[in-house]
Design a protein. Structure first.
Length: 109
């Protein structure tokens, strides 16, 4: 059964995921708007992260998965990433903080 995360655990997971940088853009996956949903799978005793990438052909999913494992170490015992392609990612999903980070890196956004 998939259930919502408890609010305190949700905040802790989000803060952990902010440590995971998109390898191509250098901005964290939360502020880029790549995280679509966070849920708990009771049967698997694992966090389910529904996320996308800025492009479906991104060759760096292994890097993101490894960085996610490092970021969530000590926060959750297990997780899995559910790669989602619909709706497709677009720059409108970037948070205000993410926009500031991208401008600091020289992106005109």
């Amino acid at each position: 059964m998939i259930a919502a995360l408890a609010p305190d655990k949700f905040d802790e997971v989000v803060e952990g995921l902010k440590e995971v940088q998109d390898p191509e853009l250098g901005v964290n996956i939360v502020d880029l708007g790549l995280i679509y949903d966070l849920a708990w799978d009771d049967e698997a005793s694992a966090l389910v992260i529904s996320m996308t990438l800025t492009s479906a052909g991104c060759p760096l999913t292994d890097v993101i998965e490894g960085d996610t494992a490092n970021a969530l170490d000590g926060i959750v015992d297990a997780f899995r990433i559910n790669w989602v392609w619909m709706p497709p990612w677009g720059p409108e999903r970037i948070t205000d903080d993410g926009r500031e980070m991208m401008r600091a890196l020289g992106f005109a956004i």
